[in-house]
Structure formats: structure tokens, C-alpha cells
Design a protein around this ligand. Structure first.
Ligand SMILES: Cc1ncc(COP(=O)(O)O)c(C=O)c1O
Length: 339
């Protein structure tokens, strides 16, 4: 099977497993796990921030970060298709009592002027806006990369209004590799980031919240409250450290493979947008196959893809799909998708 559903389906490599087995560990709730501490210091430094905190999932890392920057009842602005309001099962409301308001789906085509026009001032009669969240790369936005200039302009908008800026950077690594923007350059634009080791980087688990020392102190408290205080998780942090050392630069291979798939599919007229990173978004509007029918037919031919909606689907390249798998998908999918 060529499993192109998601970059979360990867399994730890032999080298990663060795690193996990050899990891020094301690009780991380006491901040005594040397491997976790090393990972946190390493990731904080990569983004040019003071501190970072290991969390079990990207969802928890995002939600901790949102609670850091938006007090209960106040407002977060984000894209209508943002992961934080689409796939985190209402956590901002349920855990943080955070009001969320969304701009119509723009994905990586984010327009800072649209965001600026939505900001509400403080006042007893309105919900005060406290933070803006962006997603880099944009998952439902087809793996699109928000340009650095746009992010700089959004930072200016946030500063003018006194708002915090959060980045859901589950795949910020892909943006870094695709656009060549240094990670610390991204880091300098955001008050908080969440970054995942368990997507394209290929670790089995793990995300981090990144920010100032004071915010990460508070994040540690929030993580415990949310049930994310873990013990000898150096074995997991070791997988993350290994992933950063060995799997970051190779994301370019995933991007090239996604581009090959896109090239093969272009004549079928089903690409939902340009392919910049490891996600190939499909729009089957008007096609004889809907997303479910395509997924079923592709599975019968040994290719797995994700159904996102009745007429939308996606293919994702990652560590566990090689050139042979891409050759196979690039052959059978255009056959299935002939109009
Ligand atoms: C953009 C984005 N943010 C956050 C997450 C959440 O990660 P997790 O599944 O580890 O909670 C994902 C998961 O795919 C994601 O794509």
C-alpha cells in the first residue's frame, strides 16, 4: 500500500528506535528528564526563543499556547479552516473558555488587511480581541506556505493593536525547507508557536510549545492541568531529537514527490491549488467520482488517500513513501481520474 493519507502514519526508523532505546531519562514532571530538557533547549534555540515545553500532541501544544495568550471569554481570530477551530474538537472553548472568530478561508493566501478589519477594541460591550493565530504550513489550505512578507505585515497589525500572534507550526519545518526562511526568522515573528515532531519529521509522538521563559513556565502549569504531565518521556524526546537531526532536510524529497504527483494529476483538472510542500489537495467538484468513490477505487489499487469532504481529498507524502510508491500512485490515479 502507498499510504498517502497523512504524514502522521510514519513509523520510527531503526536509527530512531536505537536513539529511543539509548535515551537517558528522568521524571519530566520534576523537569528532571535530561533528554526532554535537551530537546526543549534545542527547539527553543532553533526558533530564537527563551524556552520550549514538550507536549504529547500538537493539539495540546496549540491549546496550551492559546490559553497563554487569550484570557477566558476573550477572543482569538483565525482562518475558518484553521486546525485549532476545525480539528481540535472545541478545545479552545471547552478548556480555555476562549471565543473564536474566523475570517473566511484564505489558507496561505492570508490577507493582513482582512484580519486588521476584524479586530475589536477593549470595551465592556464587546468581546476583546487578544490574539491572532496562523497556520504554517496550512493543512486544509493544501500545504500552502504563508509568505514571509505577509507574516511581517501581520506582525505589524498585531503590534498596532497590542495583540499576541500564535503560529500553529505543526509543519513549519516544511515552510522553512520550501521557502528557505530560517526557523529563527519565523520564531521572531510570533509570541508563541506550537511545532510538531510527529508529522513530516517522522517521530511517533511529540510537539512543543515555544515562547518566552515566563510563558513557558505558565505553559508547564497548564500542561499539567490538561493531563499532559509525563514522566520518563526521554524515550520520546529522543525520537524527536533524532528526527530533527536526520529528517529535516529530507523534507525536500517529500516536496519533490508531491510535485511529481501534482504533475501527473494536472491533466485531470482535479488539483485544488498549487502544490508547495508535501500535500496535494484535490477538488473533485463536477467530476464523475466523488471523494469517497475515489478513495475506494484507489484503495483497491493499493493507494490510500484522505477524504476531507464530499468533493475534497488529499494526498500527503512523507518518510514512509518512496519513489516506487509515488510511481505507482502517479500511474493509477490519473487512470482512475480520467473524466
Ligand atoms: C496544522 C496542524 N496543527 C495541529 C495538529 C495537531 O496535531 P496532533 O494530531 O498531534 O494533535 C495537526 C495534526 O495533523 C495539524 O495538521
Amino acid at each position: 500500500m502507498a499510504d498517502l493519507r497523512s504524514d502522521t502514519v510514519t513509523r520510527p526508523t531503526a536509527g530512531m528506535r536505537e536513539a529511543m532505546a539509548a535515551a537517558e531519562v528522568g521524571d519530566d514532571v520534576y523537569a528532571e528528564d535530561p533528554t526532554v530538557n535537551a530537546l526543549e533547549a534545542e527547539v527553543a534555540a532553533l526558533f530564537g526563543h527563551e524556552a520550549a515545553l514538550f507536549a504529547p500532541t500538537g493539539t495540546m501544544a496549540n491549546q496550551i499556547a492559546l490559553q497563554l495568550v487569550v484570557p477566558p471569554g476573550d477572543e482569538l481570530l483565525c482562518d475558518a479552516d484553521a486546525h485549532v477551530v476545525t480539528y481540535e474538537v472545541g478545545a479552545a472553548a471547552a478548556y480555555g473558555a476562549i471565543s473564536t472568530r474566523t475570517w473566511p478561508t484564505l489558507g496561505a493566501g492570508l490577507d493582513p488587511a482582512v484580519v486588521a478589519a476584524m479586530i475589536r477594541p477593549d470595551g465592556y460591550f464587546a468581546v476583546p480581541t487578544r490574539a491572532i493565530a496562523v497556520e504554517q504550513t496550512h493543512n486544509r489550505g493544501g500545504g500552502g506556505v504563508i509568505p514571509l512578507a505577509t507574516l511581517r505585515e501581520l506582525r505589524r497589525v498585531a503590534d498596532t493593536a497590542g495583540l499576541a500572534l500564535h503560529c500553529d507550526g505543526a509543519r513549519i519545518w516544511h515552510a522553512h525547507v520550501a521557502d528557505g526562511v530560517p526557523l529563527h526568522e519565523y520564531g521572531g515573528l510570533f509570541d508563541t508557536l506550537s511545532v510538531c515532531l510527529s508529522k513530516g519529521l517522522g517521530a511517533p509522538v511529540g510537539s512543543l510549545v515555544v515562547g518566552s521563559a515566563a510563558r513557558i513556565d505558565r505553559a508547564r502549569f497548564l500542561r499539567k492541568r490538561m493531563g499532559g504531565g509525563m514522566r520518563q518521556v526521554g524515550v520520546l524526546a529522543a525520537a524527536g531529537r533524532y528526527a530533527l537531526a536526520h529528517h529535516l532536510d529530507r523534507l525536500a524529497d517529500d516536496h519533490a514527490r508531491a510535485a511529481r504527483l501534482a504533475e501527473a494529476l494536472a491533466p485531470c483538472g482535479v488539483l485544488a491549488g498549487p502544490v508547495r510542500t508535501n500535500i496535494v489537495p484535490l477538488d473533485l467538484t463536477g467530476h464523475r467520482l466523488d471523494a469517497r468513490a475515489l478513495a475506494t477505487a484507489a484503495r483497491a489499487e493499493g493507494v490510500l488517500l484522505s477524504v476531507l469532504g464530499p468533493r475534497t481529498a488529499r494526498l500527503v507524502t512523507h518518510l514512509d513513501v518512496d519513489d516506487a510508491a509515488i510511481d505507482h500512485a502517479a500511474k493509477i490515479l490519473p487512470d482512475l481520474l480520467t473524466p
